[in-house]
Design a protein around this ligand. Structure first.
Ligand code: ADP
Ligand code: MG
Length: 200
């Protein structure tokens, strides 16, 4: 039987591992590479009944939802999520806000998903966010800015691992791919174009 001290020691060894797993942000389907990004619809988005409208903006852009969950966030998860800000003056407040009510975590997938999602979300302070962005259209204050989106590929990898298990991540629907990307076998292709290697 484990003594209290021994089990406490055991818990200390396993607990941090909850936050150590990372999941790949780049995935390959049929030879094409897609990125994944972690999105949070923070408690203000849920309380304001904006979940459907915000998610549809990502879907409209062509990003696929490959994992989705409404949940409560505890302090440890919030602190792990905002780890990069641990020394900033707003760290405690930003963590408290994530725990203020139900939030929705989503993993989005698509080519260039990290940049596309950040672009849709807009700058941190909604007053700097242009119309057409989620924050520019729906938010007014930087502490009530509705959404989190991974800032970089490295962040995406770490954050997806924080919020999801690998079995939560589903294969994305692919029927629209030929209309979103230049994939092999698309009815309309640009295979014969010259000098069109600039962007993919
Ligand atoms: P973003 O969400 O745009 O990636 P940051 O990573 O810089 O922004 O900050 C994380 C979150 O912390 C922000 O979305 C915002 O809600 C909150 N935050 C940022 N700066 C401040 C600040 N100066 N005071 C209070 N809260 C802040
Ligand atoms: Mg950030």
């Amino acid at each position: 039987m484990l003594t209290l001290t021994a089990s406490a020691r055991f818990l200390r060894t396993i607990k941090p591992q909850r936050f150590l797993a990372s999941l790949p942000h780049v995935v390959e389907h049929d030879g094409t590479r897609a990125e994944r990004s972690l999105i949070l619809l923070k408690p203000d988005a849920v309380e304001r009944r904006l979940v459907g409208r915000i998610l549809s903006r990502f879907e409209d852009r062509g990003l696929a939802i490959v994992a989705l969950r409404q949940r409560m966030c505890d302090r440890a998860l919030a602190e792990a999520h905002y780890h990069e800000h641990r020394d900033k003056h707003f760290f405690g407040r930003a963590c408290a806000f994530l725990c203020a009510g139900p939030l929705v975590s989503a993993c989005l997938e698509g080519r260039g998903a990290v940049a596309a999602a950040r672009g849709l979300v807009g700058p941190t302070d909604p007053k700097d966010a242009p119309p057409g962005t989620i924050r520019g259209d729906l938010a007014t204050h930087w502490r009530r800015n509705l959404v989190h989106a991974s800032a970089s590929a490295e962040d995406a990898e770490r954050e997806i691992g924080l919020w999801f298990e690998s079995t939560d991540l589903c294969p994305p629907p692919s029927a629209l791919d030929p209309w979103l990307y230049e994939v092999p076998g698309a009815r309309i292709g640009f295979d014969d174009d010259d000098g069109d290697e600039g962007i993919s």
